[in-house]
Design a protein around this ligand. Structure first.
Ligand SMILES: NC(=O)C1=CN([C@@H]2O[C@H](COP(=O)(O)OP(=O)(O)OC[C@H]3O[C@@H](n4cnc5c(N)ncnc54)[C@H](OP(=O)(O)O)[C@@H]3O)[C@@H](O)[C@H]2O)C=CC1
Ligand SMILES: O=C(CO)COP(=O)(O)O
Ligand SMILES: [Zn+2]
Length: 334
């Protein structure tokens, strides 16, 4: 991790003693921002390299990458992008039993090193087991240059660890769900460190991209230790996944989980104002308006979020409409 380290990608990969053709897995903007530069580096070193550009996080995208990897007999995969491209590279590499290298172009999500992939399918959302990357190349120059809203989304994804861990403990007590105190402590400490530094996380400061990316890595490690996304994904994530279905493309993943976290912290009887203030300090949305989603959609997502996957949370068997309106209005989300 550091300023300009993208130019050291091929050197870093050579230390891993990987063999065969590298396959760069990316999406349109990250390809322009970094993917093409990575390809040029391989070519300058006389290494044949292939690229596949995906547009969405879906099993069809994973399948397409697997097919291209088989066609070109890829030795390893290089995921370049936001959460979407990295998830797809991670899952495809796991399926074909080839290593993968993670090159984030945005500090927008904590899947950079996690051993999970997150993919929607019809009415559900899968959290798929995959191997974490063999290496990460995080260029803070690129990360700091990305639109600021991507960084505030990453911050919100980390702040949501507070409620994710509360849901995890609840599920452990009520449903005997497997729980790791070490992983939970790491996830909470990561959120704590970020909130403590919230005042110093500002646009235009490369150091901010550094602090946020380190926290995203730490949160991903917590998921790898847990062997599940539990330390970083609770009811606030179910709410966000449901928004992705009802209002696709409206807002960033991290921003949605942040707003979800305000509401689920309220449901836990906790300090929801603290979560809201931390998000506001960083410049992440705290309301439905901020997500560019209407109140009706928020209520629909809240009342149906528990259905999206079999993950016990504070939502229990579901909120009714009156309770959802009460929670969303009390917290000023709607
Ligand atoms: N596996 C895990 O543990 C986790 C997975 N996730 C998953 O990650 C995804 C969310 O991640 P997120 O990064 O928000 O989603 P995307 O990968 O969709 O990226 C968000 C947007 O940012 C653009 N972008 C990326 N880098 C840059 C850049 N440097 N400059 C300008 N634009 C850029 C993307 O462009 P383009 O549209 O061209 O790609 C996209 O439009 C979700 O699918 C979520 O479920 C989230 C957390 C953890
Ligand atoms: O986004 C995640 C953690 O931040 C994990 O996603 P899932 O909710 O799909 O497990
Ligand atoms: Zn998340």
């Amino acid at each position: 991790m550091g300023h300009g380290v993208l130019s050291e990608t091929v050197d870093a990969i050579s230390e891993l003693h990987l063999h065969g053709v590298p396959l760069v897995v990316t999406s349109p903007t990250p390809n322009d921002v970094a993917g093409k530069r990575v390809v040029a580096q391989f070519e300058e070193e006389g290494i044949a390299v292939e690229t596949v550009v995906i547009k969405e996080a879906s099993f069809a995208s994973v399948q397409r990458v697997i097919e291209v990897a088989r066609e070109v007999d890829a030795g390893y995969l290089v995921g370049v992008g936001g959460g979407k491209a990295i998830d797809i590279a991670k899952m495809a590499s796991d399926e074909i039993k080839r290593g993968f290298v993670s090159i984030p172009t945005a500090a927008s999500h904590d899947g950079i090193v996690s051993g999970r992939g997150s993919v929607p399918e019809k009415n559900t959302r899968h959290s798929v087991a995959a191997e974490p990357p063999l290496a990460v190349v995080a260029d803070t120059e690129i990360l700091a240059d990305a639109p600021w809203r991507l960084t505030t989304a990453g911050c919100a994804d980390i702040i949501s660890n507070y409620t994710a861990v509360k849901d995890w403990r609840l599920a452990n007590r009520l449903q005997n769900v497997e729980y790791s105190g070490y992983s939970a402590a790491l996830a909470e400490m990561t959120a704590e460190m970020l909130v403590d530094n919230a005042e110093s996380i500002k646009p235009g400061l490369e150091e901010s991209a550094w602090v946020v990316t380190k926290a995203l890595v730490s949160s991903g490690v917590a998921m790898s230790i847990a062997g599940s996304s539990r330390p970083a994904s609770g009811a606030e994530h179910l709410f966000s996944h449901q928004l992705d279905r009802i209002a696709p493309g409206a807002a960033l993943h991290g921003h949605q989980v942040g707003v979800g976290s305000i509401i689920t912290e309220y449901l836990h009887g906790g300090n929801w104002q603290g979560i809201r203030d931390a998000l506001a300090t960083i410049g992440a949305p705290t309301t439905a308006d901020g997500l560019e989603i209407d109140g009706k959609t928020v209520v629909e997502a809240l009342t149906t979020a528990h259905e999206i996957r079999d993950r016990y949370t504070i939502l229990g068997n579901g909120m009714n409409e009156a309770a959802a309106i009460e929670a969303a209005t009390t917290t000023n989300v709607i």
